[in-house]
Ligand binder design. Structure first.
Ligand code: C2E
Ligand code: MG
Ligand code: MG
Ligand code: MG
Length: 292
């Protein structure tokens, strides 16, 4: 939105901004409608264990197909939803739908039975967040051990003490926690130690050129070490090629996501990649602790 900062703000209020503002307002109304008409959808992207090559979980990513404007990416409407408070309804829907879908796949006998949901800072800062998550788990019958919540590094740092408290409540329920887009925020090492985090997800901007840019390679190696020091598993985001994957394996990264394995897919397509639980357990290698 354009900020009308008194006299000076008005000077900058141009037709172009007016148009932008009107766009956002109509988009807000449309989003409100999209939620109530069930026009949002979840796509899923696998999280893959680098050593075994098996899918160990999946990340739910929200999609909005606007009836007129077509596909609107989450990077555009999530910030809008955060500003307007609509994120609470969006987040509620996403969490419920991800749990429902995971339950359905579990009841069909599919592995890996584990879904990750992105949660924004605005949701996390509400005092009733963990109570809401608990209610949704009860309503959908989903065991908390099958849920993972992804929180960006930046959103944790917005209200750190409050966030740590909420994270501890979620952790105590048995939910796994991930720190998303790691490396793009400014968390201090002191804080990192306090976070009850299971997974550290290295932002894709460090992964893209990791083979060719020596400083990116050093940063990624350091982040893997850091994660392991704090007993976290490290996930690389945005892995697009086999050679990047090979490099990550060499330097001891635990998991990856990216177009190289699969783009995020709608449920009926994602389902084809899942395996029957029994076969999955038989074919999975014995869990020898990897040297770290
Ligand atoms: P994120 O959680 O970091 O998700 C990863 C993004 O990278 C996704 O974009 C995914 O489609 C994309 N991606 C995955 N593999 C690759 C790859 O190999 N190369 C490239 N270039 N990109 C890849 P997407 O789905 O557009 O989502 C963008 C962001 O929007 C997410 O970043 C997350 O912060 C937010 N978001 C998505 N769904 C939700 C949601 O349900 N709730 C909230 N609060 N935020 C969401
Ligand atoms: Mg994420
Ligand atoms: Mg990310
Ligand atoms: Mg992101």
């Amino acid at each position: 939105y354009c900020k009308m900062n008194g006299r000076h703000g008005l000077l900058f209020y141009t037709d172009q901004m007016n148009e932008y503002y009107n766009d956002l307002v109509s988009l807000e109304g449309d989003l409100r409608e999209a939620i109530s008409k069930n026009e949002l959808e979840l796509y899923y992207q696998p999280k893959v264990d680098i050593i075994s090559g098996q899918i160990s979980g999946m990340e739910a990513l929200v999609r909005w197909h606007h009836y007129e404007k077509g596909f609107i990416p989450p990077n555009k409407f999530i910030p809008l939803a955060e500003e307007t408070g609509l994120i609470v309804q969006v987040g509620e829907w996403v969490l419920k739908e991800a749990c429902r879908q995971n339950e359905e796949w579990m009841s069909l006998g599919y592995a890996p039975e584990r879904v990750a949901v992105n949660v924004s800072a605005v949701e996390l800062q509400r005092h009733d967040f963990s109570a809401r998550v608990k209610r949704i788990l009860e309503e959908t019958g989903m065991p908390p051990q099958h849920l993972e919540i992804e929180i960006t590094e930046n959103s944790i740092m917005q209200n750190t003490e409050e966030c740590i408290k909420t994270m501890q409540e979620l952790k105590a329920m048995g939910i796994s926690l991930s720190i998303d887009d790691f490396g793009t925020g400014y968390s201090s090492l002191g804080y990192l130690r306090k976070f009850p985090i299971n997974f550290l997800k290295i932002d894709q901007s460090f992964i893209k050129d990791v083979e060719t840019d020596p400083s990116d390679a050093e940063i990624v190696k350091a982040m893997i070490q850091l994660g392991h020091t704090f007993q976290m598993e490290v996930v690389a985001e945005g892995v697009e090629t086999a050679s990047i994957l090979e490099f990550l394996e060499e330097i001891g990264c635990d998991l990856y996501q990216g177009y190289h394995y699969s783009r995020p897919l709608p449920p009926h397509e994602f389902e084809k990649m899942l395996m029957p639980k029994r076969r999955y357990e038989v074919s999975a290698p014995a869990s020898v602790p990897s040297p770290k």
